[in-house]
Design a protein around this ligand. Structure first.
Ligand SMILES: Nc1ncnc2c1ncn2[C@@H]1O[C@H](COS(=O)(=O)NC(=O)[C@@H](N)CS)[C@@H](O)[C@H]1O
Length: 439
């Protein structure tokens, strides 16, 4: 992409309404623009990151054997009356009347709708286990939307739902989701710690939230510092193996790690004092087991092995895809701007031309651009007639992992300058070697 033709409305100043760094940087880097309270337009740069995250979530859900599908954002109130959540959900639900004066709503979550689909078409235990998920926009009329996309009113969520014959099978689905979440977040360059949480309006008894430690996090958390040393890494897990998934679950949840809703001082004080931590965290996902909470009122049963109808055991599992854009920035930035992890960066390298219009410099930039593209790497080429300082400041702000600086003087010596955004280190080397280093 050439910056001279891109839509990237970079802001020079910090917008007054932004209270946390990710909100400030997403506005300043021209990634989002507020349409109304808690509701954002995703501009090209922001949308590109959002799509990268969405793709990682799809890949890791597919790896776990979960099926992608898509449900509507606008739902009828009827199903929510059947489950008893229409009134219980409260003011957060955006209630809509259609032209025939029918009660509709903008989906805050989709347990009822997915259960309705299931009950209409699945009748035998032989059709289980079944896990379907969607990545779809949600609406929750937060009383105080704030922190940009972190606590929006319209937000992008992966919500997955498992249907199983027994509690044991459903708890395997729970553990399988935990493994898929750990891998998902690690691929995004994040450490998201599973912590015992409260199930709230979704319900059920077993639930863990996944929290990224950050001073600006809205959640208050208490944990054993040893929990921050555990990684899933490249372990090859058989997602269909109950014991393997349970072993990962136990490894990642054996140590004390809880949100304030489930915090237990007595248990916490059993941890050696030097390992006790209290901090703030950003909730980037949550998994639930809630048994027959929805299958019973909605009559979602299957014929069991003995021929008798059995209400299925369910769970639901969410990832805050749009919230993750902000969470990654909170976890990876400096005073100059964003520092995108390689796995989610909108472009792999920025190309800065120090002398636009100089035939040799222009040609060198074009060939770098094409060489990167040939390797499947995307570059953002700053071909504007702007002074070097301004180009460097923009590249630092938007946070691409690499910057290649091309100028007539360097080219005379057959070199360009390659700079790592994370380390800030630069080195001069021939263009081909710069491309190899980025690949
Ligand atoms: N107002 C919001 N703005 C941005 N992200 C949000 C908001 N509310 C929730 N999320 C994200 O969505 C994730 C899942 O939301 S949830 O309420 O915990 N879970 C559910 O709705 C379940 N039905 C999962 S299928 C949260 O972990 C959080 O990362």
């Amino acid at each position: 992409m050439r910056l001279s033709r891109y839509f990237l409305p970079v802001l020079k100043e910090n917008p007054a309404e932004a209270q946390i760094v990710s909100h400030r940087l997403m506005l300043r880097a021209g990634m989002i623009k507020q349409a109304s309270a808690g509701i954002y337009s995703w501009l090209p740069m922001g949308f590109k990151v959002l799509r990268k995250l969405e793709n990682i979530v799809h890949e890791e859900q597919a790896r776990a054997g979960h099926m992608a599908m898509l449900m509507p954002t606008i739902q009828s109130a009827d199903l929510w009356r059947e489950s008893g959540r229409y009134d219980a959900y409260g003011a957060e639900m955006l209630r809509i009347k259609d032209r025939h004066d029918r009660d509709m709503l903008f989906t805050p979550t989709a347990e009822e709708l997915i259960t309705d689909i299931f009950r209409a078409h699945v009748g035998s235990y032989k059709d289980l286990p079944l896990t379907m998920y969607q990545i779809q926009w949600k609406f929750r009329d937060e009383v105080r939307p704030r922190f940009g996309v972190m606590r929006g009113r319209e937000f992008f969520m992966k919500d997955g739902y498992n249907f199983d014959l027994t509690k044991e099978d459903a708890l395997h689905a729970y553990n399988r989701h935990l493994v898929s979440y750990l891998r998902t977040y690690e691929r995004m360059g994040l450490q998201a710690i599973p912590m015992r949480a409260d199930s709230g309006p979704i319900g059920g008894d077993d639930t863990h939230e996944f929290l990224v430690l950050a001073d600006t996090g809205e959640s208050e958390v208490f944990y054993d510092s040893a929990v921050t040393d555990i990684r899933l890494g490249e372990r090859d897990i058989d997602y269909n193996d109950k014991d393997q998934c349970r072993a990962v679950m136990e490894e990642f949840t054996a140590l004390y790690a809880r949100t304030d809703e489930t915090h237990n001082e007595l248990k916490f004080n059993e941890i050696p004092e030097e390992r006790r931590r209290s901090a703030r965290g950003i909730e980037v996902g949550q998994i639930f087991y809630f048994g027959t909470k929805y299958s019973e009122p909605l009559g979602a049963t299957v014929q069991g092995p003995d021929g008798k109808p059995v209400p299925v055991h369910m769970g639901s599992h969410g990832i805050g895809v749009s919230r993750l854009v902000g969470a990654i920035i909170e976890a990876s930035h400096d005073e100059k701007g964003i520092i995108w992890p390689e796995g989610v960066t909108p472009y792999h390298a920025g190309i800065v031309n120090l002398k636009q219009g100089d035939a040799e410099a222009d040609a060198a930039c074009e060939s770098l651009y094409n060489a990167l593209q040939a390797l499947g790497l995307e570059a953002l080429y700053d071909d504007r007639n702007e002074r070097a300082g301004g180009k460097f400041a923009t590249m630092d702000l938007i946070g691409l992992p690499w910057r290649i600086t091309v100028g007539p003087r360097g080219l005379k010596n057959g070199v360009v300058e390659l700079t790592s955004r994370r380390s800030g280190e630069s080195e001069e080397l021939p263009p081909e070697q710069a491309v190899e280093k980025i690949a």
